[in-house]
Design a protein around this ligand. Structure first.
Ligand SMILES: [Zn+2]
Length: 533
């Protein structure tokens, strides 16, 4: 590992005051709920009696915590949460990108030097990521400390865990948890045992129904069946309302999407408790970290939307399951000995159709028009600039390394002129313009998402509350506050509940945990230590 410049604690003058939270915890449980929305945690607050309730009642809550990068998706979000760095600088500016050297797609945690144990496919790891993360700082400070990362998505587990965790597991989309040969040459026996007892196939006989009275859903959110919902719970056809019968989606689809159900999250929490026991986390003077990446809120948000009955039910179920998880840790590790940190990789805004009903200018960028416009600009570029000079990858445009300044200028003119006419597009902007930054949060976020060499050359930024998702479903990914706003709670048994309304950044979470653990962190990171009174 390359040498890093560390911030000596004695010189870290950013800490203000001290509190119970700054007594070193034995265990840190860093919970990242994918697509958790502060708006919904407030709206449903009166319904929580479990883990969300406990975290709020025993925590310092920042209600104005924001990601400060422009492309608010899973990879960049988890990278920031664990590394304290903006995604551009770290080179995790999106989930997938076009590699100009190989002219192929690259996945943010791809590692061609390792394999996934489950099936021998291309490995996933932190190997090709330029930076390090919280778990690595802990390992350097104390090699006896344990770092465990468990998640539904591989990129979540890898990006939270950092370069050198003791274990990084993710759901293998076929009924169990796996890792890559970067971490372990074989799965630990206890993970094999856990997998063999899971029997996810048996869920095919299950029904997912509301866990509370229907009136609670009717009263607290919109109608169950709503225009714009997509539905992954059937193999064919459409069945967007409760109860959801897993039999209808069939075994293959159930296994593939299990991590996106509330039952997937429940299983990760169970896996977490098993790991605590196996590694005796929090049991000695060497503080440990357990990262938990929970994906159901994202999966349900994408399909049914933020304001659906399904999402409300998922919030209630996670509240209940987190409650049981925390009670278990408080009794096994010891009351007040665990620091719980809750946040999210990004927010969301729900179905455009629902937002329209609320009087908001929202919509879907029309895919057929988008596709024909992309064909048109491709032809224009080939006529005026030549072939092989511009590569489109998703909604990003990458200039080939062979492009000269005049060709670059011509291509940029063509792309800007024509693509800005697409319905729902706010702006078509170059990488160079984004790197100029500016005073507004919006411009700073655009700058923070750019890697000077690897990033695309042309970005299309949708208008506020407009989405690329078409014709149904919901998403996130914009530089706007609703996608950048995330929950942030630092909780510990017996800690006085406090609400902080100052605006804070997610790059600050990792160094704040480092400070609480009394470990050093690199001077080069972007975040600073938050004051937790
Ligand atoms: Zn998502």
């Amino acid at each position: 590992m390359r040498r890093l410049l560390f911030m000596p604690l004695v010189a870290a003058s950013l800490f203000i005051g001290c509190s119970k939270l700054q007594n070193e915890p034995r265990l840190v449980v860093y919970i990242v709920v994918d697509q958790a929305m502060p708006e919904l945690l407030e709206k449903y607050d009166h319904l929580f009696t479990g883990g969300y309730r406990w975290l709020k009642d025993n925590g310092v809550r920042f209600n104005q915590a924001y990601h400060e990068h422009g492309y608010t998706t899973t990879g960049p979000g988890h990278f920031v949460l664990s590394s304290g760095r903006h995604p551009g600088k770290g080179g995790i500016f999106t989930n997938f990108w076009f590699d100009r050297e190989t002219k192929e797609s690259w996945y943010c945690v791809q590692d061609t030097a390792s394999i996934v144990l489950k099936d021998g496919s291309v490995g996933r790891s932190y190997e090709n990521i330029e930076t390090d993360a919280l778990g690595d700082w802990l390992k350097i400070a104390n090699p006896n400390s344990k770092v465990i990362s468990l998640a539904g998505k591989d990129r979540t587990s890898v990006l939270l865990g950092g370069k050198n965790p003791d274990l990084a597991l993710w759901y293998d989309k076929s009924g169990g948890w796996t890792t890559s040969s970067y971490y372990n040459l074989s799965l630990p026996k206890w993970v094999d045992n856990f997998n063999s007892q899971l029997n996810i196939e048996s869920f095919v006989d299950s029904i997912w129904d509301r866990m509370a009275d229907e009136a609670i859903y009717t009263f607290n959110t919109r109608a169950d069946n709503y225009s714009g919902e997509s539905d992954w719970t059937t193999a064919n056809g459409y069945s967007p309302t409760f109860p959801i019968e897993f039999r209808e989606m069939g075994i293959k689809k159930l296994l593939g999407s299990f991590a996106y159900t509330p039952f997937g999250d429940k299983t990760i929490l169970k896996l977490g408790l098993t790991a605590v026991n196996e590694y005796q986390l929090g049991k000695d003077e060497n503080s440990d970290i357990l990262f938990l990446g929970l994906s159901a809120t994202d999966g349900i948000g994408h399909s049914f939307g933020a304001h659906s009955h399904e999402q409300l039910d998922n919030y209630l179920r996670l509240d209940k399951n987190l409650g049981a998880f925390i009670q278990n840790l408080e009794s096994t590790v010891g009351s007040g000995k665990t620091l719980y940190v809750l946040s999210s990789d990004h927010g969301a805004f729900g179905l455009p159709e629902y937002l329209q009903s609320q009087g908001i200018d929202s919509g879907r960028i029309p895919k057929p028009k988008r596709d024909s416009l992309y064909s048109f600009v491709k032809n224009e570029i080939e006529k005026k600039v030549g072939t092989g000079k511009v590569n489109r990858y998703g909604n990003f445009f990458y200039y080939d390394n062979s492009i000269n300044p005049l060709e670059r200028k011509l291509a940029t003119e063509i792309l800007k002129t024509h693509l800005s006419k697409l319905a729902g597009i706010h702006t078509v902007i170059t990488k160079e313009d984004m790197l100029k930054g500016g005073d507004s949060d919006y411009k700073k976020r655009l700058k923070n998402m750019v890697h000077p060499e690897k990033s695309p050359d042309i970005y299309l930024i949708p208008k506020k509350y407009w989405t690329w998702i078409y014709p149904t479903g919901a998403s996130h990914g914009s530089p706007y506050d609703y996608d950048a706003h995330v929950p942030l709670i630092f909780a510990r048994g017996g800690q006085k509940a406090t609400m902080e309304s100052i605006r804070v950044k997610t790059i600050d979470i990792a160094p704040t945990i480092a400070k609480i653990l009394k470990i050093d962190f690199p001077q080069s990171i972007d975040g600073k230590v938050l004051s937790i009174e």
